[in-house]
Design a protein around this ligand. Sequence first.
Ligand SMILES: Cc1ncc(COP(=O)(O)O)c(C=O)c1O
Length: 523
Amino acid sequence: MFPLHLDPSSALTLQTQIYEKIRAAIVAGVLRPRTSLPSSREVARELKVSRNTIVLAFERLANEGYLKMRSGSGTFVADPLPDDCVSPASRTFVKVDVVSSASAIADREVMHPPVLLKAETLRMVQQGIGDHQIDFRYCSANWRNFPLREWRQFLIENISRTSANISGYGPPEGLLELRQAIAEHVSANRAIAVDPEQVIVTAGAQEALNLVSRLFVQPSVRIAVESPCYRGAALVFQSYGGTLVPLPLDDQGAQIESLEASGATLIYVTPSHQFPTGVTMSRRRRFELLSWAERNGAYIIEDDYDSDFRYDGPPLAALAGLNHNTSVIYLGTFSKSVGSGLRTGYAIVPRQLIEPMRRVKGLANCGHPWIEQVVLADFINRGGFGRHLRRIRQAYGQTRSALLKAMNEHFGPVEISGAAGGMHIMWTLPSNYPTASEVLAIAAAEGVGVYTIDRAGAHEIGPTRYPRALVLGYALLTPKAAKEGVARISNGLRRAGVTVSALPGRGEIARKARNDLSVRAFR
Ligand SMILES: Cc1ncc(COP(=O)(O)O)c(C=O)c1O
């Protein structure tokens, strides 16, 4: 095995040090895919640590997809790797010399802003479609619904008529016609009264997170985040040196009491449909959060990523609509409704932040591409977006209903959160089921992709509180495929010896379960 130097004076536990160093060696290519590792007993003997420490480090690496543990034949570096997106070519991008000693790499990882070296930064955006026959992947819009005909028409019209715009820079904050269209959309759909001046067009919500961080985050800054939260946000804040402070969740959303001692000056939340739990922040919490932010001079980043989809009743008013936009930076995106390849989203900022955001956007990339903006503005202003939303809301709503019904039929009453909106639900497995990682493997063997919260792109601070949670995205599936997917998971579980609820008198159970669901689901 490569040399593994442990530091007894480190603040990290031995288990974490071993985990970090082996992971770094795998990411750096020092340990190649399919390399066989010595047994935990041998490594424990060599490092003079308990065998259990090694077993736990190996298990963590296996759970994250870096190692494969095969009973009888040993432990191997996985192939493919979860991080194989970090090829030597892309690694040069962050100017890391590939050195031959894994421990040297691990030490560097601690010295540099660690996040820039983490493979997750690319894994976030390089999630290809898996090879599952039925994939409950939480994702952006379903490409089959892309409004190709109208898009092509507006593209051709604009490029033929006003192509001179392509030869110059546009306003860094975005084209006025698109900002007006966005202001009208959020006013009608999210009750946010906003002046188009407050809208900054960005390359998705992701760029908006970067711009806000560029304005506010530096090493002394503490950012309160829901734990778990969207990994893309957590990594951005960390990449600017910020420290994350966890806000635990309950069925009303983020627990605001934890803010008191947090020292946070920035708060990142997903109140409409918390990512990944799907919980909606209660009205009381929303007001508490706003008043905390105002009292403490903090800004709230409200990430309203999937609020275009709501199935059971109207959504609660957005935070940005509740306080005349003085302390809320609202982020929206077209990734979930039109497609993430469009890379278009927006930030709506309080008036005092209009100019700083304009400048920081100008510095970042001199503004958003003209053609994307003008086509999107036409699409919204000429009614296409409204029609498109109605169509996809209906399609996703039908798949969601089929999924919930099938779950009730196969598993009886299920503990689901987040069914009222968005494009995914979170299912908390009953205690007699295997853990979420094990169910993921059982489902994969049946050709079905389901996701632990980590695999779905969530970041949790500290040990997981959600070992039994699975994220099921349904936007990619037809109702028939969702139903078939649930049936396959149920078969897999039965084959693995799990007692799933029996199905006598299916109709009866389904009816009963639907009622139970509405009681047990967090809404
Ligand atoms: C919660 C959340 N916020 C933000 C984003 C980023 O979206 P965009 O594609 O607009 O950058 C995502 C993407 O999946 C997300 O899930």
